[in-house]
Design a protein. Structure first.
Length: 378
């Protein structure tokens, strides 16, 4: 009899959780109070549905900013608590479902300070219209071999913090980038893989605005090819290649498998923009993209992608950086031990992404600089 009663209790508990999960499916909407936004608020919509395996999945929209949906991470439920991670923007919503199942009271966080956000279940009559996402830009022909039609190179502004290499429309824009930054980006290497160069390539900073010839938006490979041509033409960069054994990090899949969300973003480029040191929201990125940003911005040695994972992913990686990281950005400012409970990078990679950073030695290609000059006039 006791075994029968336990079975009944477990069945009831399972049924209640299944019902709770079912109740969460639907369209939820609410306004985030943001004084800087037009009208003082941003309207947010989360569409929740069941995946094939019975779990819940969602699409997040900020309809006053874009009609583009962002995939949520796994939605965790513990009646009445709800947690919805949105890894592509580094956001999280946490709240409590009402007894009638038609509202969730909670907070939205995209950074260290949560903001109140209350969601209500939308009906056909009350649902906000989600705007059509802008059409994707016309891509450049894959067999095109573009060059920069116009390129302006100016000294960087010492009062401008940080650095960036980005796309604005069809223009390639860099801010506060050294020649070392440009070489490592264009040739997909770490600064330790450059040898024989003068010291100024690490210190002199430049702002570059360049527009390609031809039509359409260049892909990543075409953008890097154009930068390589620019370096040869305007900086007179010449080098030869050698092999050298170096200390490297390899990104591999952990023993329990990856914890990543497949990206549904309709965009030609990945987005890997730091939200402060040690907080990296990632959208539409490959594992090679992750290895690239880790070796160019974070770690003190080359990083190899040895995961074997194909496709593009959305996730957020939050960790507490140490003094060996972000050297190219001036290093990490000292922090008190109790100011940040985030794990170190190696632990965060395993806990949050299901990946591991392994230290090893491996043969790597190095660029031996034969000639380089400060940039020619515009």
């Amino acid at each position: 009899m006791k075994r029968l009663m336990i079975g009944i209790i477990l069945l009831v508990a399972f049924s209640a959780n299944a019902s709770f999960a079912q109740n969460l499916a639907g369209t939820w909407q609410g306004a985030l109070q943001v004084p800087q936004a037009p009208g003082g608020q941003l309207r947010l919509v989360i569409k929740i549905s069941r995946a094939d395996d019975g779990s819940l999945k969602g699409l997040f929209y900020s309809i006053d900013q874009s009609g583009q949906g962002v995939s949520t991470g796994p939605i965790s439920l513990q009646n009445p608590s709800v947690k919805i991670p949105i890894p592509g923007i580094g956001g999280t919503f946490e709240g409590r479902l009402s007894q009638d199942g038609n509202s969730i009271t909670g907070n939205f966080a995209q950074g260290p300070t949560p903001m109140p956000l209350n969601l209500t279940r939308a009906t056909t009559e009350t649902a906000w219209a989600i705007p059509e996402p802008p059409p994707p830009p016309k891509p450049m022909a894959t067999d095109a071999n573009p060059e920069f039609e116009v390129a302006t190179i100016k000294p960087g502004n010492p009062d401008t913090p940080g650095k960036a290499i980005t796309i604005r429309g069809r223009e390639v824009v860099t801010i506060n980038t050294t020649l070392s930054d440009l070489i490592t980006f264009a040739y997909e290497i770490h600064a330790r893989q450059i040898t024989g160069a003068p010291a100024w390539i690490e210190t002199d900073k430049y702002d570059i605005t360049a527009k390609p010839d031809g039509e359409g938006l260049p892909n990543q490979n075409q953008m890097k090819s154009m930068l390589r041509k620019l370096l040869a033409e305007r900086f007179k960069l010449a080098f030869h290649r050698e092999q050298k054994e170096l200390a490297v990090y390899a990104i591999v899949v952990g023993k329990d498998g990856p914890k990543l969300t497949q990206s549904t973003a309709n965009m030609p480029y990945p987005s890997l923009m730091f939200r402060g040191l040690g907080s990296l929201p990632v959208r539409n990125a490959t594992m090679a993209d992750l290895a690239g940003v880790m070796q160019t911005a974070v770690l003190d040695r080359p990083v190899l992608d040895q995961t074997g994972l194909q496709g593009r992913w959305d996730f957020t990686l939050d960790w507490r950086p140490d003094q060996s990281q972000f050297i190219g950005l001036g290093g990490v400012p000292p922090q008190a031990d109790d100011t940040d409970a985030r794990p170190d990078l190696f632990t965060a990679m395993q806990q949050q992404l299901g990946l591991k950073l392994e230290s090893k030695r491996a043969a790597a290609e190095v660029l031996v600089i034969d000639r380089v000059d400060k940039p020619s006039e515009n």
